[in-house]
Design a protein around this ligand. Sequence first.
Ligand code: MLT
Length: 211
Amino acid sequence: MTTDTSIPFVHRYEPATEPGRTPLLLLHGTGGDENDLLPLGRLLSPGAALISPRGQVLENGMPRFFRRLAEGVFDAEDVRARADALADFIETACARCGHPAPIAVGFSNGANIAAAILYRRPQALAGAVLLRAMVPLEEAPAGDLTGKPVLILSGNADPIIPAANAERLAARLAAAGAEVEHRVLRAAHGLTQSDVAIAQTWLAQTWLAGK
Ligand code: MLT
């Protein structure tokens, strides 16, 4: 199946109220949309600009960022094309608004497309918070991720993501040079207060470190 990546992304944008803060790119999970993660983004980095696109794939009416053949089995060709299209959108949107590259905050399918962008177009992102992510593509990351900060938060009772898969993602990103912090929380697939608290602290430290 071909992928038409020329369609613009429906999205929400909130301008920064605290200048200089790295913008956040918010990427929802399966069945979500551009509104879902705005409250989380405001909590995680108050005052940062927020860019929140909607995934362009529909699975039984539910928006996603790429096609899958079954749960956890991805259409690799579609992942590559959609990651590149989203990277193009991010770069164009940031150039238009005068923003530097954003830090992605992705949940589930949104975390997986963020990881795919790190694999293919690392310059499009300043870093990433990957909430319940898995390996998006079987090949190794194509780009140099040296110094790119990445926080991966997994759940020890996640029925969708095997622990070994999230560990493999952390290892692959680290092997490509990323500064990966991978924490496994007492959680299932859904987000918890611990996810929010850890991501908040990590983002504040990353921002203070000037990344
Ligand atoms: C995916 O399809 O990206 C993952 O299985 C997570 C999800 O269920 O969305």
